[in-house]
Each structure stands twice: as C-alpha cells, then as structure tokens.
Design a protein around this ligand. Structure first.
Ligand code: NDP
Length: 309
C-alpha cells in the first residue's frame, strides 16, 4: 500500500493565505507593512535564487522586502555595519542573513549581531535559548514548518517515538526540541550513530535531515511510520536516480532533459510503500520553510509592537 502524501505545497498555501490576511490587518491597525531585509553576501547562484524567492513571496503577500547585496570581497566590518543599520531602522522588522557566507566571514558572530526581535530565521542564541527553555518565540523556519505540517495532518505526537536523523542547529536540534515540547519521545541521530537503521525502525515519526541522497531505505522504516524528508540533494547519476525514484518514475523525462533531479534523504521508491505518511521532495518540507519565514517576519513585527502573539 502506498503512503499518504504530506503535501507541503498545499499546507504552505494555507499558511501564506493566513499571513496575507494578518498583513492586511496590520496595515489597517498600524498603517504599516511588515518588512523583511535580506542580506546576501557574494554571488552563490543557489543563494541568489533562494533570496529572490523570499523577496518575491514578501511582495505577493503585501509585505515589503529590502535586499542588500554585498560583494564576496566585503569585510566582516562592512557586514557588521549593514546588520547594525538594519537593526536600527524602525521600518525593518525582520532581518535574514543568507547562509552560507563566503569563506573567512565569521558566520556565528554575524548571526548573533542581528537583534533577537528581528531575527527572522530564529538562529540567534537568545531565540535558540528560548526554544531550549520551552518558551519559543522566533523559531527556525524549517522545523517550524515541519510542526505545522504534522499539525495540519493531525499527526499525534504525545507519547510517540520520534527519531530525528541530523543534529544541525538549523534543522535537527531545534526540531527535536519542538517535538519534545509536544511530548514526543526523542532520539537524535548523527554520523556516529551505531546501527542507524535499527534506531530509525523504532520511530513512529522519522525525520531525515542529513543531506545524503536516499540514505533512508525501506529497512530503516517501521511499517506505517510518518516519514519527513528534509533533504534536498541534486543528483545527476542515472543509477542513483533509479535506486531512489525507480525505473518507472514520472520524473524520468525531466531528469533526462535536465541531466539532474532534486531528491531527498529518503529512498522514495521503496519507502513510499511502507510508510503511513511521507513528504515528497520537492513539494514537501521546502515550501513550508519559506511560508514560515513570512510568518516569522509578521511575528517579529508584532514583537516590535509589543504584541508577542
Ligand atoms: P548539516 O550538514 O548541517 O547536518 C547534517 C547532519 O546529518 C549532521 O548532524 C550529520 O552528523 C548528519 N549525518 C551526515 N551523514 C550521516 C550519516 N551517514 N548518518 C547519519 N547522520 C549523518 O545539514 P542541514 O541540517 O543544514 O541540512 C540537512 C539537509 O536538509 C540538506 O540536504 C539540506 O539541503 C536540507 N535542508 C532543506 C531545507 C528545506 O527547506 N527543505 C532547509 C534546510 C536544510 P554529524 O553532526 O555527526 O556531522
């Protein structure tokens, strides 16, 4: 039997509608528009596409976006000055520093310079600390999006066993804390985990946030489990395409035309027949991340107005 699809596109469309309604309410109450400032350093083409999409989504929702593009040769002091200026600008409500930064720039220190109340990505130690203490405010977008997806499909969490593969600060760790807050029993796995497949098979809810194409195969999944695939990996190898997506994949012609395909960390071909619920890649977690960035920007606006909703 095939798993039920957790449709991130659909859920993100609902969230974006809610955000647009909130933006319009804010407009009539405050006569102001929530504004997101994006800071892109250097010319990484993927980062440029992500930032453009974020700015474009702001505009579609009736929000403003300001884009600061700094050259790859910029000094740390110049980035600091940009972030301080945006912190001090009362017309900027959310700030996002696009990662990764060019080598040599102190990523952690620069993220810490963003005012916690304007921290649209939720990466500031203050916001991470609040999450750790069970009093989340601005929460990293991908984990927040995954929680929204689970809630939208009424996936039960209390008492369930949740295994998160990946312990990054932007996905694995904050997601584990959010699941814990909702009374799931958490296991966090990483590259040193012994017998990953056996640990994953214990999961009622299995999250893969690794960055290894098709790592999670059928023998990692308990029948009926909820499988959330965060991975976004571009593959070009024909054999890998067949292993992960299958010979009869409807995506084959696009793969042949483009010479590449975007896949997750889950071996879709086999896991879709075992899982109870599964997120596709693309169209699963990805669209929710951007929707949550918009929600965080509105939340940041409200925090600055003293309404910490
Ligand atoms: P990181 O590289 O920061 O972290 C990867 C994690 O996976 C690490 O904790 C690492 O362990 C663990 N890991 C690596 N190899 C293995 C292995 N063989 N077995 C078990 N664990 C392993 O990645 P991110 O968290 O930033 O991203 C993960 C994936 O999610 C990427 O594909 C990324 O592109 C995607 N992503 C997608 C988003 C979306 O919106 N859809 C948003 C953010 C990320 P260790 O700590 O020991 O090194």
């Amino acid at each position: 039997m095939s798993a039920n699809i957790l449709d991130g596109k659909l859920v993100s469309a609902t969230i974006l509608e809610e955000v647009a309604a909130e933006v319009s309410r804010i407009g009539s109450t405050f006569g102001q528009v929530p504004t997101l400032a994006t800071v892109l350093v250097g010319d990484d083409p993927a980062s440029a596409i992500y930032v453009r999409k974020k700015n474009q989504t702001c505009e579609e929702l009736g929000m403003y976006s300001i884009h600061e593009h700094l050259p790859a040769t910029v000094t740390a002091d110049e980035v600091r000055a940009t972030l301080r200026r945006l912190n001090d600008d009362p017309d900027v409500h959310g700030i996002l520093l696009q990662l990764p930064l060019p080598e040599g720039l102190p990523e952690e220190e620069l993220l810490t310079l963003i005012h916690p109340d304007k921290d649209a990505d939720g990466f500031h130690p203050v916001n991470m600390g609040r999450l750790f203490l069970g009093r989340p405010r601005l929460v990293p977008c991908t984990p927040r999006g995954i929680m929204a997806l689970l809630d939208q499909y009424a996936i039960e969490l209390p008492g369930k066993s949740a295994v998160v593969v990946g312990r990054s600060n932007i996905v694995g760790k904050p997601l584990a804390l959010l699941l814990l807050q909702r009374h799931a029993t958490i296991t966090v796995c990483h590259s040193r985990t012994v017998d990953l497949a056996a640990v994953c098979r214990q999961a009622d809810i299995l999250v893969a946030a690794v960055g290894r194409p098709g790592l999670i195969a059928a023998n990692y999944v308990r029948p009926g489990a909820v499988v959330i695939d965060v991975g976004t990996n571009r593959i070009t190898d024909e054999a890998e395409f067949r292993r992960i997506l299958g010979d009869d994949s409807p995506r084959r012609s696009s793969f042949e035309k483009k010479g590449s395909a975007l896949v997750g960390d889950v071996e879709w071909r086999t896991v879709k027949d075992i899982a109870g619920y599964i997120t596709p890649v693309p169209g699963g977690v990805g669209p929710l991340t951007i929707a949550m960035l918009m929600r965080n920007t509105v939340h940041a606006f409200n925090i600055q107005k003293g309404i910490d909703g």
